[in-house]
Design a protein around this ligand. Structure first.
Ligand code: ZN
Length: 262
């Protein structure tokens, strides 16, 4: 209740600032971003950094659009936020992705990891492995956490359906590394291997998607640099337009089956 009151208060302030009479969806969404992500700062001036951020965020957005079993893209933006956030891609959690028990599937988890690696994948494909940046560090943390949970909590690897850690274990933060004894050292090595395999598999998938759609990636980056924010619908339309054009030119018809515009 207090969170909702706080949210609507923020939305009301934005509404007044925009000289509107009533709070709309836009103000509520913007207020959610202010509270959960940070205050908006001035857009970056055109620079190498701005281009890199754009490629990184389009990487996330495009991978999420191309994969099955992902949540729907809500928007992608390169307007910086307080707290050192250079940009982000946001998703609407899709109820269809949750099974009747309210649980996320293995396929959803793998897609989510691949999407999280989409930013780094785009940096690497466009600028080369030597040029990748720290911009992906929170993505990498998320990837490690999800992949580790798949192996140690959800029994989703070939180590079998056994819980190897308790849900609140902070092992992956490195704090209790030596104090836990749920499993042997040999098992710890196996766990690390599986976690790494999941991450590498998903990273290769993300890089392949970026590579195979490089022209579209460039188009989307240009649009994002132009507009600073692209919402999910518009993102799909740019993709659809691109697909139509390339189909007419019969450059690469295989692009059409990838389901952009979902
Ligand atoms: Zn990222």
């Amino acid at each position: 209740g207090a969170d909702l009151a706080n949210l609507l208060n923020e939305a009301a302030i934005l509404t007044a600032r925009r000289r509107k009479d009533t709070i709309g969806n836009l103000e509520v969404n913007d207020a959610i971003d202010r509270i959960t992500i940070g205050l908006t700062l001035n857009p970056l001036l055109d620079s190498k950094k701005k281009w890199l951020v754009a490629y990184h965020e389009i990487g996330h957005a495009l991978v999420s659009t191309m994969l099955k079993n992902t949540d729907t893209l809500e928007k992608v933006t390169i307007i910086p936020r307080s707290g050192g956030i250079a940009g982000f891609a946001n998703y609407v959690l899709d109820d269809e992705m949750i099974d009747s028990e309210g649980l996320r599937s293995r396929a959803w988890l793998l897609s989510r990891i691949t999407v999280a690696l989409g930013g780094r994948a785009a940096e690497a494909e466009v600028y080369g492995d030597a040029e990748v940046t720290l911009g992906a560090s929170s993505d990498i943390t998320e990837v490690s956490k999800l992949a580790r949970e798949m192996v140690t909590l959800y029994g989703m690897s070939d180590l079998g359906p056994v819980a190897l850690e308790s849900p609140n274990s902070e092992v992956f933060l490195g704090q209790n590394w030596n104090s836990r004894s749920d499993y042997s050292e040999a098992m710890a090595i196996k766990i690390d291997q599986r976690v790494r395999e999941i991450a590498i598999h998903c990273y290769e998938d993300a890089r392949r998607i970026i590579r195979e759609n490089r022209d579209l990636v460039d188009k989307l980056v240009e649009a994002l640099l132009d507009e600073d924010t692209i919402d999910g619908d518009e993102f799909g339309k740019i993709g659809d337009r691109y697909v139509e054009v390339t189909k007419e030119d019969s450059v690469d018809i295989s692009q059409t089956s990838l389901g952009i515009g979902k």
